[in-house]
Design a protein. Sequence first.
Lengths: 233, 305
Amino acid sequence: MKQWTQHDARSNQTVESGQFNAEQQAARSMIAGLDRSQFPEGCLTNAQVTSAALHQCYIFSPWDTGVTGALGEQTVRRAADAETLPEQFRAVNYQNYGSGWITAFETTLQPFKGGNLLTEWYGNCAIQTFFNWTQRASFIAGTSKGVANEKFLGLRILYNGVVIAERIGPAKPMDHFSISGSQQVPSGPVILTLQFKPQAAGPDDAVQDQATNDFICQAHLFGNRVFAIGRFR
Amino acid sequence: MSRIIRAPVDAGQVITATDLNNTYNDYNQPTALQADNTRDQAFDLPHFQNVVIIKNTQLNALGNTGMLHSAPVTTVASELAAPIVVHPVQDAAGTETRMSFGANGWVLVAGDCLRVWWNLSLKCYYTGSPWDNASALGRYNIPSDTSPPGNVVITDGFHCWLAYLQWDITSAALTNFVAVPGQSDPTTIGAYEGFYTQFLNGGTVISPWTVSSYAFANNGVMPAGNKGVGFNHEWFAPYGMFVHAPSGQVTVYGIRLVITGILHSGHLASGDQENVLIYDYNVGDKDQYIEYKGGRISAVHQRLA
């Protein structure tokens, strides 16, 4: 057990300044060095701690930062090059997308005092699945061409650029999804990045409407909401 | 109290035990045990006299109880025309299975947040090829494999049901449910009814079917007259999450899940060409419906920090 005092002060005792300052510095040092094992159970109240001392929630619902005007959507593919059929979302098509991960949302979480960071990401998506099984991407016994053309949507969560959770993701044409993950993170602002990955065009995919030449919507995220909680110990 | 600052004693200054004891009393003040005066890792939850994060929790059943998909199940049919009536999730007797927080409700204040999760076991039914009805949304053209190339009309498959959360912040009578913040009820969008995708904060889309080229597509074309093959997703369990941090006091008396459909994707023809979900009455028929069984809805009322 650490010592609280260097000596006992009696009433009307006169001490030298050096003696007093040593005592004060020692006391402060001891308090600053208190370990959690030195506190008895139930000795503290909420009034004694400041906000965010133990935990901090971060809510982006709908997400509205990181990507301009996102409003719960990934709008990085809602620009002019995202023109699709009128009855489809303006979204990822095979004119504006080849392959790879797309950042849908990015923000900085602060204050973050170091500890466990849990992130829950829920949302909806549209995926063009009609061509998930074609002649050159066939898995029928005896006629298989061995070409995969699966139309799922990959999802992943990154903290400070490091992937902490990843999943294959939804595969129905209009689907919902969730992905969550947690990791111990050092103190300091944490960059939270959410990415998705549509699948590249297969060998037999149609990419545009024959009559209008409008591109076909391939993938889109919408109705997204994110909750993160940092727990500091 | 914030940072403790007490000046050191100067040489030659006469002090007493009171001065010394004051240094200890510094730490007895409210909020003295904070990051400025102690290190962050000094405290843990057991050191506190009460739970510091969670204020309320509740779990309720949705739909009918039981694990089997056999009767009784409850159904919700596709909308055939406006006005739209959303279907509250209920049991086989028609009684809403909603979350009630009692006479006093849950009082959310600034600095709190409400988190809700739900899941529901269901199966979507359809008859024939409703996605191929003459006026169904989402039909488009690709070449046929004939010479010279003809035309094949196929579907993009972007039809969906929508399940979303409503809450009652009026009274414990639970007769005034409205969409949760960030989520809209059905609204007029030009010539259609539906939802702007930016207001789907409490919504989950549910795919009613999937249509595949079924190994027929070849180099971007389909055999003449072949529009692919539809598949039923069979039983699965959609889910959703909602989270909200009010800026002022709100008393929540109840939460319920509603289902509506069938909708299809689209975007506005002008302006910012915002994306929307719109009702497709062209596929609406009583042969298109959902059977659902049981599920759960849970809620947590907690502090933000």
